[in-house]
Design a protein around this ligand. Structure first.
Ligand code: FAD
Length: 322
C-alpha cells in the first residue's frame, strides 16, 4: 500500500490548528489514493494520540538532539531523509510560513517540485490542483507528475475535523544531522502578547488609517476586551507607528479566521483582504459606502467609527448590566 505522509507543524509540542487541517485533507486524499495516512512528528513531541484521532495509522517520530527546537535546515534535512527511507507517494503539510519553509527545504534536498498553498487536490497518476498565488488574488490550476508529490494545503481553507480514528503505530527514525544544519535555529521565545493570539482569536477588532492616531485605538481595545478578542490593524497603521507589526492583518501580516472581524476605518485593499477573507463574518464600519471592505462585508455600518465603536461597547455593557 502506498503512503501519504503529513508533516505536523508544531512548536515544541504545541500543535497549531493548521496541522489538524493538513491531517483532515490528508485523510480524504489518502482514501482517494488508497494510501495509508501517516504523520511525521519532528523531535520528541508526543502527538501520537491526536494524529490517531485524525486518522493517521502510523506516526514517524523523527529524532535527533538537534531537533529539540525548530530550525528550517534541520527539519528539512530530517524529513528529506525520512522520505528517502519510506518512499511515500506524497508528502503534505499546512501552507503556513513554517509548513511551506519545511516543504521547500525537503523539495530542494530531494530535487523535487513542490506545489504550495493548494485549495483542492485531485490525486491520480497526474495530480491536479488549484492553488492560491499572489497573496490570494490569483487562483492557479496546476498539475504535478513527480514520482513523490510534495504539496502544502492553504491555511484556513478548510475546517479541521477529527475522523477515521486509529491507534497509530509509532516508528522512530533517527535522522543523521550535524551542526551544518543548525545555522538557523530557534533558541529563545519572547511572549509579545498574553491571552488569545491574533491568528486564533474568535473576535478581531481591527483599525485602519480611519482611526486617526495611536491613542484613538483605546475604544477598539475596549471593544475587543469586552468580546474576548484581539485588536488588529492595517498596514497604514503600522506604517504610521500607531501599532506594532505583530498586530497587522494581511499579506505581509497575520492571516486570521475569527468568528467575526470588525474592520473599523479600513478600506479593504487586496493586501489586507487576503489576511481577513477567511473570517466567518465581517462587520465593516466605514464612512465610505463604496469602500472595498464594505462591499465585501456581510454587515456594514456607514458612519464615523469614533461614534459607532464606543456605542457598541456601551450597548454591550448596558445589556450585561455593567
Ligand atoms: C506588497 C504590499 C504588501 C502589503 N501588505 C499589507 C498587509 O499585510 N496589510 C494591510 O493592511 N495592507 C497591506 N498593504 C497596504 C495596502 O495596499 C493598503 O495601503 C492598506 O491596507 C490601507 O490601509 P487602510 O485601509 O487602513 O487605509 P486607507 O486605504 O487609507 O483606508 C482608510 C479607510 O478609512 C475610512 N475612514 C476614514 N475615516 C473614517 C472614520 N472616521 N470612520 C470610519 N471610516 C473612516 C475611509 O473611508 C477608508 O475606507 C500592502 C501593500 C503592498 C504594496
Amino acid at each position: 500500500m502506498s503512503i501519504l505522509l503529513v508533516v505536523l507543524e508544531h512548536d515544541r509540542g504545541d500543535l497549531p490548528v493548521g496541522s489538524l487541517e493538513a491531517l483532515t485533507v490528508g485523510r480524504d486524499l489518502a482514501a482517494s489514493m488508497d494510501a495509508s495516512l501517516e504523520a511525521v512528528v519532528v523531535g520528541d513531541a508526543d502527538l501520537t494520540a491526536v494524529a490517531g484521532e485524525y486518522g493517521a495509522t502510523a506516526v514517524h517520530q523523527v529524532t535527533n538532539e538537534m531537533l529539540a527546537d525548530y530550525g528550517p535546515d534541520a527539519w528539512g534535512e530530517a524529513v528529506a531523509q525520512l522520505v528517502r527511507s519510506v518512499a511515500p507517494a506524497a508528502v503534505m503539510a499546512v501552507g503556513t510560513d513554517r509548513g511551506n519553509e519545511v516543504m521547500a527545504q525537503v523539495a530542494a534536498r530531494l530535487d523535487l517540485p513542490f506545489v504550495a498553498n493548494c485549495l483542492s487536490v485531485e490525486a491520480g497518476d497526474t495530480w491536479s490542483m488549484t492553488r492560491v498565488q499572489w497573496g490570494g488574488s490569483l487562483l492557479e490550476d496546476s498539475t504535478l507528475t513527480a514520482d513523490t508529490k510534495l504539496v502544502s494545503f492553504a491555511h484556513h481553507a478548510i475546517e479541521a475535523a477529527p475522523g477515521g480514528a486509529a491507534s497509530p503505530t509509532v516508528k522512530t527514525f533517527e535522522a543523521d544531522l550535524d551542526h551544518s544544519y543548525t545555522a538557523t535555529m530557534i533558541t529563545d521565545r519572547v511572549v509579545l502578547a498574553s491571552g488569545v493570539t491574533l491568528s486564533t482569536a474568535p473576535v478581531v477588532v481591527s483599525g485602519g488609517r480611519g482611526v486617526g492616531s495611536e491613542d484613538a485605538f483605546a475604544p477598539l481595545e475596549e471593544l475587543a476586551e469586552l468580546l474576548g478578542g484581539r485588536v488588529g490593524c492595517s498596514r497604514a497603521v503600522t506604517n504610521n507607528g500607531w501599532r506594532p507589526h505583530s498586530d497587522q492583518v494581511g499579506q505581509t501580516g497575520t492571516r486570521i479566521a475569527p468568528e467575526i472581524y470588525i474592520a473599523c476605518g479600513i478600506s479593504g485593499a487586496i493586501q489586507h483582504w487576503v489576511g481577513a477573507m477567511a473570517s466567518k463574518n465581517i462587520l465593516a464600519i466605514n464612512t465610505d459606502s463604496d469602500a472595498n471592505m464594505v462591499t465585501k462585508a456581510g454587515y456594514a455600518v456607514i458612519a464615523d467609527l469614533h461614534e459607532v465603536v464606543p456605542a457598541i461597547s456601551a450597548e454591550i455593557r448596558r445589556r450585561r448590566g455593567q
